[in-house]
Design a binder for this molecule. Structure first.
Ligand code: NDP
Length: 476
């Protein structure tokens, strides 16, 4: 039998995507640079469906029905280009290369353009959910041409996670749209995790609680509006005891957070587009800061005991304050992430469906959460929504949380507990809702030192004041 789709690159992710396809009844050609991986996949999982192993790339390509669809799941960067270069001479017009690796969307745009010129489709496809997701149903974010989606869609929608009978997969848009949305997904994941980490830190400092006790608080939160995969696994990690020492697991792990770089890409792109994704940026910088061990050591010595002693009077009220502040901060992070997607969509002409994006993140991926239904509803009701913050459900949750948010950030500041993401989200909220911003003064300074001109509140046009001379104003 001819294979309906092929997967090359059979490390954890590719192997599991291939198995997922086979388990769902598709005939899957499989290939890997070193053939041992191909052989072991068939030996260990051959009974799960129909695999067509190819020892060489040529055999692999020859086993595919036309138009051919080849998923590339190798290390991002140069290896992806190497595999594409090997594939291209073996393919024919109308065939489709799918890059399911974590590529930067700019690379995807470049590859798509080059392959389009050669008559091939290139679908840069974001896949989230890690190893387990790849096997049992990930969230899939395919970019590329509508023709390529006509072939890929039915297969991807079948192997994707399903929520209320709806697949966590949709055609995101042309060229780099899929990888862009995956990138912002990862950025939001950074923000979400930083906020959760700060909430834990606040509970620990404010209540003097042990990790196991805080695990219970998160477990309880997971029954409400905050219900999500990340909150659920936070409870698991906090409840875990280290077997070697008998101590709380979280206390034996070094406090230096690592990153593979998608958070950084998100922030870089947002800077280019002029979109203030402060939550994601703070989260990314917080990880960097945690890794600056020497500076942390020096500062710790220079400034011991910089805060007041924190004494929470009412335990339950404090927990509720932290929960509300977490929810409000999280809403800010998502509002910013969706602003970023909208800006990317406009800049690159992708026409991305924002509500649809929330829909395909409801299952399979790391940020899957109940709350995403509300985002979809918000965009369904008002597709041109200026910011998620003002959609009825979110506006209500934020308004209800504001006093808690201010108490938590204020108390943490006095006690010297760092809350970069909580506090910057609150600052973002206050800046957005401010009647007047001190940006007016900045305009004055820019005009003073650089004749950059300014606009007036009472008249149209641009103006300049001769600061060094008679201070007369003239139209610019
Ligand atoms: P790795 O990123 O570790 O890549 C290993 C695979 O790449 C192997 O199949 C390897 O072949 C192949 N490879 C490396 N260099 C070359 C080359 N020059 N030519 C041909 N093949 C090459 O594997 P993962 O499964 O972890 O990830 C695959 C992709 O999926 C990556 O882009 C990753 O970013 C992305 N991803 C990963 C997730 C995860 O949770 N791990 C989640 C979502 C996406 P060989 O066996 O011959 O060495």
């Amino acid at each position: 039998a001819r294979a309906q789709i092929g997967v090359t690159g059979l490390a954890v992710m590719g192997r599991n995507v291939a198995r997922n396809l086979a388990r769902n009844g598709f005939t899957v050609a499989v290939h890997n640079r070193s053939p041992e991986r191909t052989r072991s996949l068939v030996a260990e999982h051959g009974d799960e469906g129909t695999f067509v192993p190819g020892e060489s790339m040529a055999d692999f390509v020859a086993s595919l029905e036309r138009p051919r669809a080849v998923i590339v799941m190798v290390k991002a960067g140069a290896p992806t280009d190497a595999v594409i270069d090997e594939l291209v001479p073996l393919l024919e017009e109308g065939d489709i290369i799918v890059d399911c690796g974590n590529a930067h969307f700019a690379d995807t745009r470049r590859r798509e353009e080059a392959l389009r010129a050669q008559g091939l489709h290139f679908s840069g496809t974001g896949v989230s959910g890690g190893e387990e997701g790849a096997l049992r149903g990930p969230s899939i974010m395919p970019g590329g041409s509508a023709e390529s989606y006509a072939k890929l869609g039915p297969m991807f929608e079948k192997i994707a996670a399903q929520v209320d009978g709806v697949p966590c997969c949709m055609h995101v848009g042309p060229d780099g749209a899929g990888h862009f949305v995956k990138m912002v997904h990862n950025g939001i994941e950074y923000a979400d995790m930083q906020l959760i980490a700060e909430a834990y830190d606040l509970l620990r400092a404010g209540l003097g609680a042990e990790p196991a006790e805080i695990a219970e608080i998160f477990r309880d939160w997971n029954n409400g509006e905050l219900e999500s995969f990340l909150i659920e696994i936070t409870a698991d990690v906090l409840a875990h005891t280290d077997a070697a020492t008998g101590r709380a697991f979280v206390d034996i792990v070094q406090d230096r957070a690592e990153q593979k770089g998608t958070g950084r890409w998100t922030v870089q792109s947002a800077l280019d587009l002029g979109i203030p994704i402060t939550g994601i940026a703070e989260a990314t910088f917080a990880r960097s800061l945690s890794g600056h061990v020497d500076q942390r050591e020096a500062a710790r010595r220079a400034f011991p005991d910089a805060g007041e002693k924190w004494q929470v009077a009412d335990r339950d009220a404090f927990i509720e304050d932290v929960r509300r502040a977490l929810l409000a901060s999280k809403i800010v992070a998502y509002a910013q992430g969706f602003d970023h997607i909208r800006a990317g969509s406009e800049e690159y002409d992708w026409d991305i469906d924002l509500g649809g994006t929330a829909t395909i993140w409801r299952g399979g991926c790391i940020i899957r959460a109940r709350f995403l239904n509300r985002i979809r509803e918000a965009y369904d009701q008002q597709p041109d929504l200026s910011t998620l913050l003002v959609a009825p459900y979110f506006a209500e949750a934020v308004a209800a949380g504001v006093p808690s948010w201010r108490r938590v950030v204020g108390d943490a500041t006095r006690a010297g507990v760092p809350t970069p993401a909580f506090s910057s989200s609150l600052a973002y909220f206050d800046a957005l809702r401010a009647e007047r911003l001190p940006a007016a003064l900045i305009q004055g300074l820019r005009d003073n030192f650089g004749a950059h001109t300014y606009q007036r509140v009472d008249r149209d046009g641009s103006f300049h004041t001769t600061w060094a001379g008679d201070r007369a104003e003239s139209p610019a």
